[in-house]
Each structure stands twice: as C-alpha cells, then as structure tokens.
Design a protein around this ligand. Sequence first.
Ligand code: SF4
Ligand code: F3S
Length: 113
Amino acid sequence: MTFVVTDNCIACKYTDCVSVCPVDCFYEGENMLVIDPVECIDCGVCEPECPADAIRADTEAGMEEWVVFNEKYSKIWPVITEAKDPLPSAEQMDGQDGKLETHFSEKPAVEAA
Ligand code: SF4
Ligand code: F3S
C-alpha cells in the first residue's frame, strides 16, 4: 500500500506533510503536492499532519485513481524536502469542491530564486 495526496491539497499546499516524511517522497507542483507511491514506506505519519485532511491510505475506497495521479506527477515534478509557507489561497480554498477541475495546475513548482 501507499499513502496518496488527494484533491483538497490543490490551491492550499500547506506542506506540513513534508516535514514529517522520513523518506522525502513528496513532489511539488505549482499548487499541489503528490507522494511517490513506490518510495512511500507507508509509515502513515503524514496523514494526521495535513490541515486540509488531503492525505489518504490507498486502501480507502475510491483511491485507485489517486494512486495513478500521484505516480504520474511524482515522476515529473521536483522533490520537496522542507516545509514552506502555504499558498495565500490556502484558508479560503480549504474544503472547496471541484478543485481538480477548476484549480489544478499540471505545472511543476517554480524554484525560489
Ligand atoms: Fe512519507 Fe510516511 Fe507519508 Fe509515505 S506515509 S508519504 S513515507 S510520511
Ligand atoms: Fe497538501 Fe496537506 Fe501536504 S494540503 S501540501 S497534503 S499538508
């Protein structure tokens, strides 16, 4: 099994999850993170750390598509190993429906200058 990041991370990107992952398997898009399902050791410590409750075990119902999604973007986005400030929209966007359709960006994170 693995843990996966789901749609409520979009436009929030709190990054609390990153600071607790022992194997640095989070990858960063412009407005969302994903987990590399192969690198994840299923320790579960990131799940309760997410303020947006966006992290799920893949054993939960309906997670198959999120495993595919996390795997896809973990291969093309850069690794993130340290927490950073949430997106300015985080509080407002937390819990909004349909963010995958309306707010998701396929772009990788922009490196800080
Ligand atoms: Fe990292 Fe553990 Fe979360 Fe997997 S379950 S992403 S290894 S903190
Ligand atoms: Fe996203 Fe939650 Fe991590 S909002 S960046 S999965 S702490």
